[in-house]
Design a protein around this ligand. Structure first.
Ligand code: SF4
Length: 175
């Protein structure tokens, strides 16, 4: 589990967050703290956001184990009517009186995944592509990444043409 969490795609792409309760290494952790009435984040002192993983281990232990973002599950669309939740979060949401949970806006995911299945799903798993439009990601900095992104199944050709128009790629790069 910690091996997956250590390379969590959300943590690698964005993440630090501030709420009225302090600073968090990850915005999903920050949201959990608000939702489940956690103990709050770090004091907002100068450079608080420069903490190393070792220094924010306490938040990782508290929130990552409660989060499935790093698990290579099937990718739901950001527009789906329901959110997948775990059994333990089902209890947490009941307890905190979540309105979304009450109105049936969640679906409890109970399937256990084997190590073999996780390894298989990890290949070509791109959970950040949960929208039908282009997003900036750090790995879009190299030409190879741009080409790979543009050739992906979901949006492909239109974005590719846009990138060429914007001068990010040339037709000959794609040969
Ligand atoms: S596992 Fe969840 S809480 Fe932990 S870094 Fe990833 S998104 Fe944040």
């Amino acid at each position: 589990m910690w091996e997956l969490i250590d390379s969590c795609w959300i943590q690698e792409r964005w993440s630090t967050s501030i709420t009225p309760k302090g600073g968090f290494f990850c915005e999903v952790a920050a949201a959990q703290d608000m939702l489940f009435d956690g103990p709050g984040g770090y004091p907002l002192e100068k450079n608080w956001w420069k903490k190393t993983p070792d220094e924010f281990k306490d938040q990782m232990k508290r929130y990552c184990a409660n989060c499935s973002a790093a698990v290579p599950m099937p990718i739901p669309s950001a527009n789906d009517a329901v959110d997948f939740i775990s059994l333990s979060n089902e209890d947490n949401l009941k307890e905190c009186g979540s309105r979304r949970f009450k109105r049936g806006g969640t679906q409890t995911f109970v399937k256990k995944m084997s190590k073999k299945e996780i390894e298989k799903n990890k290949k070509n798993w791109r959970p950040w592509e949960h929208r039908s439009f282009m997003q900036a990601t750090p790995d879009l900095n190299s030409k190879d990444a741009l080409i790979e992104y543009a050739e992906k199944e979901s949006t492909g050709k239109v974005e590719l043409d846009e990138m060429i128009k914007m001068g990010l790629l040339k037709e000959e790069d794609l040969v």
